[in-house]
Design a protein around this ligand. Sequence first.
Ligand SMILES: CC(C)(COP(=O)(O)OP(=O)(O)OC[C@H]1O[C@@H](n2cnc3c(N)ncnc32)[C@H](O)[C@@H]1OP(=O)(O)O)[C@@H](O)C(=O)NCCC(=O)NCCS
Length: 155
Amino acid sequence: MQTVQEVKIRPVKPDDIEQISLLEQASFNDPYPSYFLSELARHNPDTFLVLTLNNEIVGYGIVDHWEDHDHLISIAVRPDSRRKGFGDTLLVELEKRVSKERLLRLEVRQSNLAAIQLYSKRGFTKTGMVEGYYADGEDAIVMEKRLVKETLVES
Ligand SMILES: CC(C)(COP(=O)(O)OP(=O)(O)OC[C@H]1O[C@@H](n2cnc3c(N)ncnc32)[C@H](O)[C@@H]1OP(=O)(O)O)[C@@H](O)C(=O)NCCC(=O)NCCS
């Protein structure tokens, strides 16, 4: 008999930070420290989301509200749960929760083809480069998406 997998997306809770920190360490060479993740959670109660599989956190995504745009700070899926659509699902849910009048911007390592593919698939376009953006000297690609309000079509 096949087990039913229960996938949920919900706002982060203070108790999640430890698990998110482990996921961050498994996903990045230069992970954010847990105090910074806690600050982001405090500032973004609606746009710091976790994705759970059978109540275990396997992904998270964070959008922070900057002065002139919204910024996708981080998104990651646990290595053993990748390529199952969870990254895409998180990004779609984050997009629903940010203001439709604002630009959504992010930086991504130029070698990070998986993430670049994900963002391109969701309609982000490359708008710039930042030389030596990362601590190890790698350049960042800047990508942006202008969200549009869904309009009701009257028949
Ligand atoms: C980037 C990341 C979040 C994608 O999460 P995921 O759950 O594996 O992605 P999904 O299964 O939802 O895939 C969505 C799309 O992303 C692209 N994609 C994801 N992984 C890919 C890979 N390894 N190679 C190429 N394209 C990939 C594909 O376009 C895919 O669509 P498709 O399945 O129709 O081909 C995940 O690889 C990750 O956590 N990486 C480490 C952290 C990271 O680099 N975050 C981004 C920081 S800028």
